[in-house]
Design a protein around this ligand. Sequence first.
Ligand code: HEM
Length: 457
Amino acid sequence: RSYTYTTSTSRARAPAAVVIQKIADPAVAHRALVENADDFSDRPVAPFLVFLEKKHGQYGDGLASAPYGPLWRAFRCNITSETLHPSRLEHVTPLQREAIHGLVAALGKELPVIAIVRDHLYPSIFSVLARLCFGDDVDEGHVRAMGCLIREFQQVAVGEARASPGTMLAKLAEWRRLRRLSAIHGRLGELYLPLVDSRRESRPTCDGGGRRPYVDSLIDLRVPDGGKGDGAGRRAVRDDEFVNLLSEFLGAGTGTVMASLEWTLAHLVNDQEIQKKLRDEVDGAGGAVAASSSRRLIRGMPYLNAVVLETLRLHPQVPFVQRHVNADAAEVLGVGGKTTGDFIAQFTVGDMGRDGKTWTDPDEFRPERFLPGGEAEDVGPLPGTKEIRMMPFGAGHRFCPGVGLAMMNIKCFLAALVGEFEWAPPTGGCAGVDLTELNTFIKAVKKPLSARLTRHT
Ligand code: HEM
């Protein structure tokens, strides 16, 4: 069905802020994002949303795009106290188990060579997110269609620019890209909104295992009206906001986790010793099925944790985070005087993970650094209050709310894939997998991983 675009928030922060200051120093990032979080909590508006605004006059915000303020707070409190609250993650286990069984069966049918591993990973991870979002009774074809469209959206969004920046050709290519994104976004709305409507009309109190789908929490949510503050009245979430909120949940929850798994598997193919160590740990925890379907077992697997953290350090799937910064806050970054107006601060997460002052042999994949006694034994996925050594999930007020779900999904899928199969280069020779990075805003392996798999007995 059709829906209208509206917005309740000020767009004043958008087009003026074009100067980009890159920050690779973890100490400066800590000073800004953690110590001065209130001044560093607004994101610049994505070019795609500016395009939507030009096309439709207005658009509705999602959590990631909402300005730091009452609307953002309402969206954020809802997702962190409901769907992504640590106490609810237990309910995700049955969904993961089903998805992993399906994945292992599908890979088993294609042995020995899996041409494009990500083509198998993506639908499995997406199925978990879709059920968390809409509940259990969505038709499989509908889920597949949403998954394909979100994937297409991400592929178009992260596509590498071929023309030189600033040229007419580049501007034309960018305009075409935004037009394609806008068309996909419209089609996503047509898929989501009937599902939202049907949940509005009737819904079971809880889906399997006590889960309350994300959509239900959004239907019940009342957000500040007009973005004027909590005292200014409340309203329901609008259709155009639903489309962005659901797209970011499904997209952020699938694309990043898939990219992370693909990077890890690529390293494991290249380094058989690390792979064996990880498999030994999985076997010790009772085998792939047991390890991948129990949060308790996963928590007791330090090497698995170290392998996942090492991938996040070396290949953070979101290689930079951005903030729209008021000129007054420039001093915090040490760039006062260099900028006259508002600007964009770009914190280069990828550089921080490879900073030679923080990490020994930073370009090497060495999970042991995260084990007890290693240089990073006390480093986790989120920065501590005192310092930042890596920040794959961002930092400050806007850090990723999906960190718990992401870590759990990555670990469960990885434990199953390494416990069930032995992974080797596709040609069987000693030529390793190509680890070149796709240099866009999602850091994926440039050449999709293919591998030779044998059953682990
Ligand atoms: C490996 C997996 C993931 C990585 C590396 C990742 C990384 C990030 C990063 C770097 C940010 C920006 C943080 C900042 O600006 O400081 C972010 C924001 C966000 N992520 Fe994730 N993410 C992952 C998984 C997920 C999952 C599973 C979900 C939800 C299902 C999710 C939902 C979001 C949302 C909604 C935001 C915007 C938060 C806000 O503006 O308040 N992410 N993520």
